[in-house]
Ligand binder design. Structure first.
Ligand SMILES: Cc1cc2nc3c(=O)[nH]c(=O)nc-3n(C[C@H](O)[C@H](O)[C@H](O)COP(=O)(O)O)c2cc1C
Ligand SMILES: Nc1ncnc2c1ncn2[C@@H]1O[C@H](COP(=O)(O)OP(=O)(O)O)[C@@H](O)[C@H]1O
Ligand SMILES: [Mg+2]
Length: 162
């Protein structure tokens, strides 16, 4: 079976988890903050979901649903030894949201993780991913996932707690 089919079989893929601290490189070095999931969430991904760069929708707590890009893997540029799953949300937040619940719906695959010979080329690749994701997410098949019950449930659950 072609590689892309293996990935697509799982999509859309929904998951939620608490936002934890990573290495603090996302915003400081790259200018692109990524909300990192705990190890447990990463370990629970389907075994055959490929590492790489994906796009989809995300919300924080019971907040609005925004476009996002997510990187799953070992960040070859930084040679991480632990697999991570990091989401950059295409939205300006007033403050950090460590400790909050991040809801993520992955709808499409962009590319495998790569190594780069400079920080500038890593940054421009990520910026290219963001532009491509924004375009893809305007397609009707992807837009409908934004309205999925997954995001509604996260709202009602949190409201019931008050
Ligand atoms: C859309 C996107 C694409 C990425 N692509 C790569 C990649 O190809 N290679 C790589 O080493 N890291 C890639 N990264 C990961 C960045 O290196 C990572 O976000 C950065 O190390 C921040 O890590 P931190 O949250 O632990 O601070 C990507 C991140 C995003 C959001
Ligand atoms: N648009 C955004 N997308 C993702 N995270 C954001 C965004 N805006 C602010 N943040 C905050 O920035 C943090 C990620 O910054 P980053 O530099 O990647 O640090 P870390 O290594 O701790 O993940 C997130 O956990 C979140 O609290
Ligand atoms: Mg991060």
């Amino acid at each position: 079976m072609p590689r892309a089919d293996c990935i697509m079989r799982h999509l859309p893929y929904f998951c939620r988890g608490q936002v934890v601290r990573g290495f603090g490189r996302g915003s400081k070095q790259l200018g692109i903050p990524t909300a990192n999931f705990p190890e447990q969430v990463v370990d629970n991904l389907p075994a055959d979901i490929s590492t790489g760069i994906y796009y989809g929708w995300a919300s924080v707590g019971s907040g609005d649903v925004h476009k996002m890009v997510v990187s799953i893997g070992w960040n070859p540029y930084y040679k991480n030894t632990k697999k991570s799953m990091e989401t950059h949300i295409m939205h300006i937040f007033k403050e950090d949201f460590y400790g909050e619940i991040l809801n993520v719906a992955i709808v499409g695959y962009l590319r495998p993780e790569k190594n780069f010979d400079s920080l500038e080329s890593l940054i421009s690749a990520i910026q290219g991913d963001i532009e491509e994701a924004k375009k893809q997410l305007d397609l009707p098949e992807h837009l409908k996932v934004k309205e999925d019950n997954f995001f509604q449930v996260s709202k009602s659950k949190i409201m019931n707690g008050h």
